[in-house]
Design a protein around this ligand. Structure first.
Ligand code: SAH
Length: 345
């Protein structure tokens, strides 16, 4: 429930409106039982517990099934079990500027990207806004650390679950909610153009990342099936509109795949493409592909990635090779969930 719904809920119970303010604040602190809500009268707490026992309401939408902690940088990868037994992954990362949580938006994914572990079993279902929020709350509670940044870059295609995503973002941003600035939130899409268009209008202050991964339709068609529906000549103008409307830089993610999209002529073609279709307000985030055992693709070497990056920069396109966090744990998309599903088979 968002705050308004919670107000209605208490009104319908015949309770005072301000109970919603109290309970909402507890919820946003990740409270796991009504019993602990010490500023509520005992009778009300008992009524709420009873409703929870009857399955009518719930404070807990997920529990931690596994945590992997990177020894090198403190990155924590969580596998959460949802109430219906499905699993999702989320990650906690420490940066100089704050703590960032990467969340999943769906159980599985139906986008079918050729190099991605998240899509292998297809999409099982969307996550609700509450479940996305729960990913953040569980991590905040488990680490005891404040969360200042959120990236929607875990399993799933957020723009294939737009309504729930929007509801989640509003709650995260709401000052009664987690009070996280829109500027500290980034959503990543494989290129669902109607979603990009809606997001530009609905969340002009939030960050947008687009998984580009190729300098031409020919290569992108092979890697991201969504490209057949929204090819570069449709995708890139939508990206440009985002930058023009919001004044914000757009991030392009580019996974460097050995022998597929990582030659120096690909780098030059990418620079030309971005110059002509997007303009200056962009940034290319390069990452050597993480090896997924089910796929034949492998990542380019780090030195090659740096050379690719230098070519982009020389051609006026800001680019960085992403620092890899959590390399010693299964921190790439979908890998931990896949492993667990295999073990359960
Ligand atoms: N569906 C969204 C968000 C989830 S994926 C999207 O496609 O953007 C987050 C990012 O990880 C995307 O850029 C995706 O292409 C990338 N990715 C997936 N598998 C990867 C792998 N094995 N190595 C490197 N990046 C990968």
């Amino acid at each position: 429930m968002d705050f308004k719904e919670l107000v209605k809920f208490f009104e319908e119970m015949g309770e005072k409106k301000f109970r919603a303010t109290q309970v909402y604040a507890w919820m946003m602190h990740g409270a796991q039982s009504f019993d602990r809500m010490t500023d509520l009268p005992a009778g009300l707490r008992a009524r709420l517990e009873e409703m929870q026992d009857a399955g009518l309401i719930s404070l807990n939408l997920a529990m931690i099934s596994n945590v992997q902690i990177s020894k090198s940088d403190g990155t924590r990868k969580y596998l959460l079990m949802l109430n219906d037994g499905n699993f999702v992954e989320c990650v906690f990362m420490k940066y100089k500027y704050g703590n960032s949580v990467c969340i999943s938006s769906q159980v599985g994914c139906r986008m079918g990207c050729a190099f991605c572990a998240s899509t292998i079993g297809g999409k099982l279902r969307n996550l609700s806004a509450g479940e996305m929020l729960e990913e953040v709350l569980v991590i905040a509670r488990d680490t005891g650390e404040p969360v200042s940044h959120i990236v929607v870059m875990g399993t799933g295609e957020p723009f294939d679950n737009y309504e729930n995503l929007a509801r989640f973002l509003r709650t995260v941003h709401d000052e009664k909610g987690l009070n996280i600035g829109m500027r500290n939130i980034t959503v990543s899409t494989c290129g669902v153009v109607p979603g990009i268009e809606a997001f530009t209008v609905d969340f002009p202050s939030a960050g947008l990342a687009v998984s580009l991964h190729a300098p031409s339709n020919e290569i992108r068609d092979r890697l991201l099936p969504i490209n057949k529906r929204y090819p570069l000549e449709v995708l890139l103008p939508a990206c440009r509109t985002y930058t023009e409307h919001t004044g914000r830089r757009i991030t392009f993610e580019y996974a460097l795949i050995d022998g597929v999209n990582d030659s120096f002529s690909h780098a030059k073609a990418l620079a030309r493409l971005l110059h002509s279709h997007v303009g200056k307000l962009c940034h290319v985030n390069l990452i050597p592909l993480n090896k997924v055992s089910e796929s034949a693709f492998s990542g380019s070497g780090r030195r090659h990635a740096t050379a690719f990056c230098e070519i982009l920069e020389k051609h006026g396109i800001p680019a960085t090779v992403r620092r890899e966090l959590g390399a010693d744990i299964d921190a790439a998309c979908g890998q931990l969930r896949m492993k667990t599903m295999e073990q359960k088979k």
